[in-house]
Design a protein around this ligand. Structure first.
Ligand code: FAD
Length: 191
């Protein structure tokens, strides 16, 4: 087995959960930082939209999830599964071939529970800076903020799993009609 490293994983969405699980399986010491109060990332449906639909205001409140209410996966449930974890674990769901977003979130929660990932997660803790430790021999300082309290901790490695779909790119669109990004389309027929 490789040397055990202290690893920070940023984000407790699907990528962060699997990453944490595999790193721990390999004997590493893992801390998962999650800025929200629950795991699941994009799959946590939030009906609210951002105050600035074009995301021009840098001080706007960022809504992480871009799911709309009736969203179902665009992959078959068999393809949505992790390689050693069935998608059929969640209860009280419709078990559709292309699952509803509620089912995906339930599966992620079951996965985290079954593999003991919850205990690795620091909820409500946002990473605000990652930087190499000066003269620290390839280590990283991770600065995080939780309830206005900042703290710094040194890790051997950092894995960034913060998601890609929070910041839209409509600013670059040249179009005379009304524009908004799908991140702000939360209800069926809203256009
Ligand atoms: C509308 C839509 C539909 C999709 N449908 C499918 C589908 O059907 N099938 C499929 O396989 N994929 C689908 N995807 C792709 C989807 O991105 C992946 O399924 C998956 O959710 C990505 O997981 P992630 O962990 O990379 O990111 P996310 O789920 O976005 O999770 C990132 C996490 O990081 C946290 N975070 C961010 N920044 C920080 C920080 N600084 N400090 C601490 N925590 C932080 C966030 O709070 C969040 O919990 C879809 C994507 C979109 C946008």
């Amino acid at each position: 087995m490789a040397e055990s490293r202290k690893v920070a994983v940023i984000g407790a969405g699907a990528s962060g959960l699997v990453t944490a699980c595999e790193l721990r399986r390999e004997g590493h010491r893992v801390v998962v930082f999650e800025k929200s109060n629950q795991l699941g990332g994009l799959w946590v449906y939030n009906p609210r939209v951002e105050t600035d639909l074009l995301s021009l205001d840098p001080n706007r409140e960022i809504i992480h999830s871009s799911l709309y209410k009736s969203l179902r996966t665009n992959l078959l449930r068999q393809l949505m599964s992790f390689s050693d974890y069935s998608f059929d674990c969640a209860e009280n769901v419709n078990r559709l071939n292309f699952p509803e977003h509620e089912e995906v979130l339930k599966v992620l929660n079951e996965f985290a529970k079954d593999f003991g990932i919850n205990e690795l997660i620091r909820f409500n803790t946002e990473v605000v800076r990652v930087a190499p430790v000066e003269f620290g021999g390839n280590r990283w300082v991770v600065e995080s903020k939780s309830e206005e309290l900042s703290s710094e901790e040194v890790f051997d490695s950092v894995v960034i799993c913060n998601g890609h779909y929070t910041v839209d790119s409509t600013q670059s669109c040249k179009y005379s009609r009304r524009i908004f990004h799908h991140i702000d389309m939360k209800f069926d027929g809203m256009a």
